[in-house]
Design a protein around this ligand. Structure first.
Ligand SMILES: [Zn+2]
Length: 531
């Protein structure tokens, strides 16, 4: 039996741009549109031409997307003709393959917010769809508040949708604008709509205000719609839109949908999904959600020893899908409760070959446990664990020695007579028998130390020049009789790889120094720097 096509419509660049704290530049929009296109998304909604300079510029030039590039905007204003509406004119002038109109479909909103008659609203839908069709565009209509409108006045909500369909709109999209509709309600209401409009012309646009935007999207597909609108990582106003990053793998990997439907996403593209999700957060400078379904760093992470040994025998024992299919990976957490199987699995992942009966495995395990009781957190610091493992198994060269360092913090008046605090560090490093001394200023002691340490590492300088610190977290712990400081440092290199290192000491500078050293040495090991 031939599979039915389900179309994916991404609105990250339009509805997702409503997210608190998100502000896309033109370069952001172009880069994200490119990622979506590579993924195989059918429709990329770029924004609202005429509403702001970025979107106007975005729709001012041609693009090279395989996806249907879509401009969003309002239907003609009440009381105006389609040919005499500047908003509609801007939309028709946009360089876009499709136009997605938004129109009210809740009678209460038409009267109160739009202050017009029910008939005039329908006439505006008809005129706008007709004008966009005449300009040669594919047309979509987002029916705002469709579900609330349908509960209040089902005939009117449906009449709005039907008007657009009758005028030749390719898609009529049912929007749960306030996000409060529940899956069973979506299924019932969509069931009624598809009696009047064929399901392969109907879409769903769900918001996540009850944490069910994904469930609502699937309820709608079950009831007959064939287009799903959503955003990357569920970006969007308030609680966000339906998360395409969760929807895509469910459509592709779960038999209920995979057996019946096909999408534009290839198996190869699916393998890039975790990266796309990560790259979006990176661009927005947001910490990725570790617990995100399918793509999060913890989505396939196992902690307890029994689970880890079962996973080593057969991953299907504790995993609902294979992590590689979405470009994620299995991760066994090394922690206080770690069993030997955990450590072995982690060593295998990082590519250290060792016999499972090697006595050094037990030494490593003891060392991890011992250090975790004094405050180290190897579960969070993957790179420090890898170094500890490599050192225990005798595989880390001694690249350089820090013979001495000195950090100074001084408060004084600057030339503008302002009171400022300045930190300065001097580091004495021995590389290949040669002593190198570097000094640097920083906005704080750790920053100054980092700058000085990385200023001159002799023959290793080239290996670390792409290294940057992306996060620095400090916690005070009570270990035994005294308080100690734990520092976690996240670093990234030119290849976009990131890793975390840890340092623990009663002294914050000392703890930071350990974590900085681990980060640099990890980078040298990773790059295969010669001893
Ligand atoms: Zn929306």
């Amino acid at each position: 039996m031939a599979k039915e096509r389900v179309y994916l419509f991404d609105t990250t660049l339009r509805d997702g741009a409503q997210t608190n704290g998100v502000d896309f530049t033109l370069a952001d929009k172009l880069a994200i549109a490119g990622m979506l296109d590579e993924l195989g998304i059918d429709y990329v909604e770029g924004g609202y031409p005429g509403a702001n300079p970025t979107d106007t510029e975005l729709f001012g030039s041609d693009h090279k997307l395989k996806a249907t590039f879509t401009a969003f905007g309002m239907t003609r204003r009440p009381g105006r003709s389609a040919s005499n509406d500047p908003g509609l004119a801007a939309l028709l002038a946009a360089k876009a393959d499709a136009i997605c109109f938004v129109a009210k479909s809740w009678d209460y909103h038409v009267r109160v917010a739009l202050e017009t008659t029910l008939e005039e609203n329908i006439a505006s839908i008809r005129d706008s769809v007709r004008a966009a069709k005449a300009s040669g565009r594919e047309v979509l209509l987002d029916c705002e508040h469709f579900f609330d409108g349908h509960k209040a006045n089902p005939q009117y909500a449906l009449a709005c949708a039907k008007a657009a369909y009758d005028e030749g709109a390719r898609w009529v999209v049912l929007c749960d604008t306030n996000g409060g509709t529940l899956p069973n309600e979506v299924e019932t209401i969509v069931g009624e709509v598809v009696n009047a409009i064929p399901g392969d012309h109907v879409g769903i646009h769900a918001h996540n205000d009850t944490e069910q935007a994904v469930a609502n999207s699937f309820a709608a597909v079950r009831a007959g719609v064939r287009q799903i609108q959503g955003t990357l990582n569920g970006l969007g106003e308030r609680c966000g839109n339906a998360n395409l990053v969760s929807i895509i793998p469910t459509l592709k990997l779960k038999a209920e949908f995979a057996d019946r439907f096909e999408t534009g996403i290839s198996d190869a593209a699916l393998k890039k999904l975790a990266h796309v999700s990560y790259a979006l957060d990176e661009r927005l400078n947001r910490a990725p959600n570790r617990h995100a379904p399918y793509v999060g760093a913890s989505a396939f992470a196992t902690k307890a020893g029994i689970h880890a040994s079962a996973i080593a025998k057969d991953p299907a024992t504790y995993e609902h899908v294979l992590p590689e299919t979405i470009g994620n990976r299995r991760k066994v957490l090394v922690s206080e409760q770690a069993g030997k199987s955990n450590v072995l699995a982690e060593l295998e992942r990082i590519g250290i070959k060792v016999d499972k009966d090697d006595p050094r495995i037990s030494s490593l395990l003891d060392l991890v446990k011992e250090r975790e009781t004094i405050g180290y957190a190897y579960e969070a610091a993957n790179a420090s664990f890898e170094l500890l493992a490599r050192r225990t198994l005798g595989k880390v060269p001694n690249y350089f020695d820090v013979e001495q360092f000195d950090v100074n913090v001084e408060q004084r008046y600057n030339a503008l007579a302002q009171r400022v605090t300045v930190a300065m560090a001097v580091v004495k490093v021995k590389v290949d028998g040669e002593t190198l001394i570097s000094a640097a200023e920083g906005n704080g002691p750790v920053n100054a130390l980092d700058q000085a340490l990385r200023k001159d590492l002799g023959k290793y300088q080239d290996y670390i020049k792409g290294l940057k610190l992306t996060d620095y977290r400090v916690r005070i712990l009570n270990a035994g009789t005294e308080a100690v400081t734990r520092v976690l440092i996240e670093s990234e290199d030119e290849a976009g790889d990131s890793w975390t290192t840890v340092g623990v000491s009663p002294n914050i500078i000392d703890a930071s120094f350990q974590a900085l050293m681990d980060s640099i040495i990890f980078k040298l090991v990773k790059s295969g720097a010669p001893a």
